[in-house]
Design a protein around this ligand. Structure first.
Ligand code: BES
Ligand code: MN
Ligand code: ZN
Length: 494
């Protein structure tokens, strides 16, 4: 799928299909309004007669309109003008994409530049449009036969000449973010018998080999981690035949003197709960317990595509959590890389056990400007926030505010929960410095409190994506979130 920005007169443009938005109340955004005037009110008449409702997402394909050079026009409903916003724009773009495919219009010119939305620029809408169409094209097919469907080929956004180059850049950005989301979805969707920690390590090395100039990749083996004292991370994989792995990506687009922003992903390739075994129903979904890691892969891939002049370090802490005769047991005490001891009261609270050693590793080997970890950490986060925002917790108010804002503008929202000191005592243990669970209350917060003990030396935020990383039900599959939020953050805050 290719996107282009073009400054052209839509009335004169010879294109197989011209996509025009129309509002429900009969009002038309530019250039639909001017084109309507030039075609003896063709579009207004259809809205008045009710042949086209203008409701958000409704579409109507028209052939050879007198007064236009386009061979066809696809009208797309934008709903009510006063209610129109960026979220609705995404629905409109998605409906347009689906209708183009349905009518086999793989090459089209799109007039999306005339929307006036508060705090939105034409370039940002263009970015969202590209991201929407790129993610819409993703199909999982690795372990399932799917019929080949055609893909959109060339989508041209018509713009003002003054905005053309900004829109062109935004299209490249939206494409890279969409591709990054699709990469994250693909890793998330792969079954756990394919997507093991070793597989993730190989994929990381392959990405490094593809982008040798910009990206350095290192995969630490179990032996190397043992030498560093990462017993907590290693304790999670003890019950599994699969080796654990720590993956380090260093994306270097700026001078080496610039400290990196670090992103850290939870990469539990399957979470059975371990000896504290989960119930059987829905356990298949625990293959998605590496979606935090997948978002790190997606971001690193998108950065390699865009090549911005920033430094970003991506870390993935990966293990498989299974019960066996060698598995960690409830009550076991382990010593983390930081020296703090942990009583493992529940082997199903394993995410924090891999992340804590990764945080200490980051503290020791990088001088991070900030660290954001991304983890499908707690079922309690789904109870608290559902599947709309990711949970956000941080030891730094400014960082939390920034991430919140990035989520809003990227349409990949997150919502902050407090990690006040009063919660910390829920992690007291009689036999170790910290317990790995904090009891039934505020499970999302106490999980973050656990992590905060390993994030004292830098600005740190934690995104709990348990509710947002994948969809349940008929459309079960990974979403690619929060790649858009992370990209917005990293690109804005270099
Ligand atoms: N990966 C799970 C969290 C999870 C559960 C994400 C369901 C999405 C859907 C995590 O490792 C876990 O098992 N957490 C426990 C923590 C508890 C033992 C303190 C949980 O949420 O039940
Ligand atoms: Mn678990
Ligand atoms: Zn887990």
């Amino acid at each position: 799928m290719l996107f282009a920005a073009k400054a052209a007169d839509p009335a004169r443009l010879n294109t197989p299909c011209l996509v025009l938005p129309v509002f429900e109340d009969g009002r038309l955004p530019e250039p639909s309004a001017s084109l309507d005037a030039q075609t003896r009110k063709t579009f207004s008449k259809l809205l008045i007669s009710g042949e086209m409702s203008g409701k958000l997402g409704d579409t109507l394909l028209l052939q050879q309109i007198e007064g236009l050079n386009a061979q066809r026009v696809l009208l797309v409903g934008a709903g009510k003008q006063e209610a129109f916003n960026a979220k609705k724009f995404v629905k409109l773009a998605s409906a347009a994409g689906k209708a183009l495919l349905k009518h086999n219009q793989l090459n089209a010119s799109v007039c999306f530049s005339g929307f006036e939305i508060k705090d939105e620029t034409p370039s940002h809408l263009a970015e969202l449009c590209a991201r929407t169409l790129v993610t819409q094209a993703y199909r999982y097919s690795t372990t399932k036969k799917v019929s080949k469907v055609p893909e959109l080929q060339q989508i041209t956004l018509l713009t003002d000449s003054a905005e053309r180059s900004a829109v062109q850049h935004a299209l490249a950005l939206g494409t890279a973010i969409g591709n990054g989301m699709n990469a994250a979805r693909q890793l998330g969707n792969l079954p756990a018998n394919i997507c093991t920690p070793t597989y993730l390590g190989q994929e990381a090395l392959a990405l490094g080999a593809k982008h040798r100039k910009l990206l350095k990749v290192k995969v630490l083996s179990e032996a190397q981690m043992r030498r560093l004292g990462m017993s907590s991370l290693l304790s999670v994989g003890h019950g599994s035949e699969q080796d654990s792995a720590l993956i380090v990506f260093e994306y270097k687009g700026a001078a080496a003197t610039q400290k990196p922003n670090v992103i850290l992903g939870k990469g539990i390739t399957f979470d059975s709960g371990g000896i504290s075994l989960k119930p059987g129903a829905g356990m298949d979904e625990m293959k998605f317990d590496m979606c935090g890691a997948a978002s790190v892969f997606g971001v690193i891939q998108a950065l390699c595509e865009l090549q911005p002049k920033i430094n970003v370090t991506g870390v993935v802490a990966s293990a498989e959590n299974l019960p066996s005769g060698r598995a960690t047991k409830p009550g076991d005490v382990i010593t983390t890389m930081s020296g703090q001891t942990v009583e493992v009261l529940n082997t199903d609270a394993e995410g924090r056990l891999v992340l804590c050693d990764a945080l200490t590793y980051i503290e020791r080997f990088f001088k991070p400007k900030s660290v954001v970890d991304i983890a499908t950490l707690t079922g309690a986060c789904i109870t608290a926030l559902g599947s709309i925002p990711s949970g956000l917790m941080s030891n730094d108010d400014a960082l939390a505010d920034t991430l919140y804002q990035c989520g809003q503008s990227a349409l990949d929202p997150c919502w902050r929960l407090p990690i006040w000191d009063e919660y910390q005592e829920q992690l007291n243990s009689n036999f170790a410095d910290i317990a790995n669970i904090g009891g039934p209350k505020a499970g999302t917060i106490t999980a973050a409190c656990f992590l905060s003990r390993f994030a004292k030396k830098f600005k740190w935020a934690h995104l709990d994506i348990a509710g947002t990383a994948w969809l349940q039900g008929a459309e079960k599959g990974a979403t690619g979130r929060p790649v858009p939020l992370l990209m917005q953050y990293l690109l804005n805050n270099a």
